[in-house]
Design a protein around this ligand. Structure first.
Ligand SMILES: NC(=O)c1ccc[n+]([C@@H]2O[C@H](COP(=O)([O-])OP(=O)(O)OC[C@H]3O[C@@H](n4cnc5c(N)ncnc54)[C@H](OP(=O)(O)O)[C@@H]3O)[C@@H](O)[C@H]2O)c1
Length: 234
């Protein structure tokens, strides 16, 4: 059975990824920053012997390195960089009220986090059969589509993430590693419900993204797609 590593697997889209992959018999490395508080994930692990819960704070490079060290001799087929944050307070993400400390935290988590995790686990990915690196990005990071809310920190964090993944796609092509940027749609998670209009069920968002991941190949590496298969303009 293939192996998937998921970041931020304790709730929201990450927990649903873990649940759906476990349901299909995959080995799931479900990482989260506070395992002792991950009750839903613990339940999933109790019910599915192939689910393992590990600590990894993607914003803490020591934590990422410590996690990677536990798996140094193991292959991983699919890495899903899912963990992410948005500010609780929209006012602090808008011109005139910027909270730059908060902005730095968002960049550290949403942009540098996936870069660090991918770099740390690259040997595992290269050793895998599928060799896929995925990020849960957002249409909000598109350079061409304007957003209903101009949330500068979150939007720039995803735009920079997309560019980083495009660079990786080109660099890793010769190693047979495929890279994909996804948008889950406006999904009904804790984060999604902070803004009006969340309309996509979590199960549907994740089922759609899993389908995109299953279809990913070197022929489509470096693409940016929505959970329903639509191509998103960069
Ligand atoms: N929901 C949407 O409409 C939507 C739309 C576009 C993109 N996205 C993206 O989808 C991804 C998942 O979001 P969601 O909607 O599922 O949000 P969520 O329900 O708020 O869950 C976010 C997850 O990320 C984890 N996380 C945050 N910072 C972390 C860190 N430093 N290290 C490890 N884990 C961390 C959280 O863990 P804790 O419980 O420890 O906080 C939680 O598990 C994010 O990257 C988000 O930007 C979501």
């Amino acid at each position: 059975m293939p192996t998937v590593l998921i970041t931020g697997a304790n709730r929201g889209l990450g927990l649903e990824f873990a649940t759906q992959y476990a349901g299909e018999g995959w080995r799931v490395i479900a990482s989260c920053r506070t395992p002792e508080k991950a009750a839903h994930l613990d339940r999933l692990a109790v019910q599915n012997a192939q689910v393992g819960v590990v600590q990894m704070d993607v914003a803490d490079h020591g934590s990422v390195d410590a996690c990677a060290a536990q798996f140094s001799d193991q292959s991983i087929d699919v890495l899903i960089n899912n963990a992410g944050i948005a500010s609780d307070d929209f006012a602090h993400q808008m011109l005139g009220g910027f909270d730059f400390e908060n902005w730095e935290n968002i960049l550290r988590t949403n942009t540098l986090g996936p870069m660090k995790v991918t770099e740390a686990f690259l040997p595992n990915i290269k050793a895998g059969d599928q060799k896929k690196v995925v990020v849960v990005s957002s249409t909000v990071g598109s350079l061409t589509q304007m957003n209903a809310y101009p949330v500068y920190p979150y939007a720039t964090s995803k735009a920079a993430l997309n560019k980083g993944m495009l660079l990786m796609a080109e660099q890793l092509r010769s190693d047979g590693v495929s890279v994909l940027c996804l948008c889950p749609g406006h999904a009904k998670t804790d984060m999604g419900m902070k803004a009006e209009g969340a309309s996509v069920e979590v199960e549907d968002a994740v089922a759609g993204m899993r389908s995109e991941i299953a279809n990913l190949s070197l022929a489509s590496t470096g693409s940016f797609t929505r959970y329903n298969g639509e191509t998103i303009s960069w």
